[in-house]
Write a protein that binds this ligand. Sequence first.
Ligand code: AMP
Length: 216
Amino acid sequence: MNLVLLGCPGSGKGTQAEILCKHFHMKKVSLGDILRQEADKGSNLGNTVSEYMGKGVLVPDEIIKEVIKNNLGEESFLLDGFPRNLNQADMLKDILSSKGLSLDRVIYLNVSEDVAVSRLTGRRICKNCGALYHKVTMPPEQDNKCDKCGSDLVMREDDKEETVKRRWQVYMNQTHALIEYYSKAGLLSEFDGNKDKESVFKAIIDNLGHGEDKES
Ligand code: AMP
């Protein structure tokens, strides 16, 4: 099964990607994670990527195309954070057809702006192992330390309030159009992403199992 996860920043894509990939034994292809790893390397490409990410705007499509090509192979996959605009959606279609692959479903997590902003500004991430926390809804046992590896938790640079606002605008201007695009293609399943992660996960696996179009 090949899936795309679609939703605004803070819709819970990263959280659902993690548990869905474990459940269905899919490869998780998270563009944000791959780009952050590249940025951490401090390579020329990494520095370029980092500039765009720090501003909360999209990394240019030519860079993204190479990243995607190198990360889609034979295994079934879940794409988190790609595509992010109509050009990338066409790009994905071409890459998949050149590999004889296709998409089975696009999971759209619909969430209100208030919920998304509070999730992002409260999010903390382990610098070492990448585990996710939230200072209110999922705090670590020990203040600011990762439960899994004991390393310090940090706030993502682009989770600061100003950048979050810009990311929201970029989403509305460029990514939101994909909802109609995939709906017309008959691939979209919509879920209420304001709910807690277990409820959203259950709704998704029920839907994938039953092959329905809308959450009941
Ligand atoms: P995310 O972790 O998915 O919220 O992505 C963080 C940042 O990475 C975004 O604000 C963009 O700067 C960049 N990014 C992630 N995915 C893409 C993509 N498909 N196209 C362009 N930029 C991306």
